[in-house]
Write a protein of this length. Sequence first.
Length: 98
Amino acid sequence: MVLKKPDELREIVIRVFMACRVPADSAEIVADHLVRTEMMGFSSHGIQRVAQYVNDLRNGRIVPDAELSVTKETATTTVLDAQWQFGLVAEEVAVQVQ
């Protein structure tokens, strides 16, 4: 078994996603979440998802450069359509919507 430090693992995951034409900023967001989740002990939602996400990218189930759009907005809520973007990226954008 080969053990990697979290920073090394993060860089590997980023390179894998960028090889699948994921923009660098999105690759970093996804890698950060997956490695952090792995380090917290939730491996089912950690780096084992990399293979699934690569498969989803290849099959068009994830659109890595999709632009999120606001579909509804009220004084207290905003509904975003992620357009098949990574859920982790959509979440990052959603918490920044004002």
